[in-house]
Design a protein around this ligand. Structure first.
Ligand code: ATP
Ligand code: MG
Ligand code: FE
Length: 339
């Protein structure tokens, strides 16, 4: 089975073709980061318009590169939610229409299920059941994954997502959007022991998170050490970045360990943009190894949004007999537990 995947839920246009026999045949991504940089965040209307411009050329490019004709395809998968409504509409309309025109089924994919399955595109894929930590720009969730579509939410952030906290802390340190990876790079030059940031909600039982307090803590620390230009000196900025990253990573690791113990599973999958974080990966591997558990994550480029994870999820959903009807529907808010 060969499936074309389309991702347009936020600020990246992603297209890929996955084949159940040969694996990932090809993929292409256009990131709108430069388009939104001046605004310090994603501007929904600009995002939708740019998806309109980039999507079909990317589809053509991937079809050509992988030597795929429409007749070779068994289906088209598109992200139907959660995400920005206008951005989702572009991918859903295009995906649904192409599938209709080419006489093949379409399938609507949940963006977070895409993230969750992304590690399965790697050479040594994880097997069900496992605990998934979904850490991205919009989500921080621990999910008990028993099989495709069998998801139980174990815990989630009650306020900001971890990626959002990274981006906001980065902004306070005057780093460009999206700040997460930039803050992580700055942290490498910092001393993580100079400041000690709180580990929110780790002093009580439970698997929920809260990252908004860390944001305030960061702001207060930045202000306390600010020089005339409003920013601390370079080394202090790096030390703050390191303390912030340390606190987020430590908090995530504590909760992942708890979740693994509570579930009885021996596999942890991390996915979503923040799963690209080097310190998070290293710490999780070391700590969970003590419990005999293994950690799986996607290759770097598939941690953030991409078409490959949607094409792959599409294959699994189509193989399970699912497909979308002709009505084009998107769900900007869509709990994964409803799958
Ligand atoms: P969602 O998937 O929840 O809808 P999204 O699609 O915007 O949100 P992703 O594209 O999966 O999120 O991830 C982007 C987020 O990942 C951003 O917040 C970004 O700062 C963060 N991020 C990326 N790389 C790193 C890193 N190395 N360290 C920390 N954060 C990172
Ligand atoms: Mg993104
Ligand atoms: Fe995402």
């Amino acid at each position: 089975m060969r499936v074309l995947g389309i991702e347009t839920s936020c600020d990246e246009t992603g297209v890929a073709i996955y084949d159940t026999e040969s694996g990932l045949l090809g993929h292409a991504l256009f990131s709108q980061v430069d388009l939104h940089a001046d605004y310090g965040g994603v501007v929904p209307e600009l995002a939708s318009r740019d998806h309109v411009r980039k999507l079909l050329p990317l589809v053509r490019q991937v079809m050509r590169k992988t030597d795929t004709r429409p007749a070779d395809l068994d289906g088209i998968a598109y992200t139907a939610g959660p995400g920005l409504v206008g951005a989702l509409m572009v991918g859903a309309c295009a995906g649904r229409a192409l599938a209709y025109g080419w006489g093949i089924p379409a399938v609507a994919i949940h963006h977070m299920e895409g993230h969750l399955l992304a590690p399965m595109l790697e050479e040594n894929p994880p097997a069900f059941p496992f605990v998934a930590l979904l850490v991205s720009g919009g989500h921080t969730q621990l999910v008990d994954v028993r099989g495709l579509g069998d998801y139980e939410l174990m815990g989630e952030s009650l306020d900001d997502a971890a990626g959002e906290a990274f981006d906001k802390a980065a902004k306070m340190l005057d780093l460009d959007y999206p700040g997460g990876p930039r803050l992580a790079a700055l942290a490498e030059k910092g001393d993580p022991s100079r400041f000690t940031f709180p580990r929110p909600m780790t002093d009580r039982p439970g698997l929920d998170f809260s990252f908004s307090g860390l944001k305030t803590y960061t702001l207060t620390t930045v202000r306390e050490h600010a020089l005339a230009d409003g920013l601390p000196d370079e080394q202090t900025c790096a030390d703050i970045a390191a303390a912030f990253q340390e606190a987020v990573v430590d908090t995530l690791v504590i909760k992942c360990r708890r979740a693994i113990r509570a579930s009885g599973h021996k596999t942890l999958v991390i996915a979503g943009g923040v799963s690209a974080n080097k310190l998070l990966r290293e710490r999780l591997e070391t700590v969970l190894a003590k419990d005999g558990a293994r950690v799986y994550y996607p290759r770097h480029e598939f941690c953030t949004d991409n078409g490959a994870m949607i094409a792959y999820a599409g294959c699994l959903r189509l193989q399970a007999g699912e497909h979308a009807d002709l009505k084009i529907e998107v769900r900007p808010r869509w709990p994964m537990t409803e799958l």
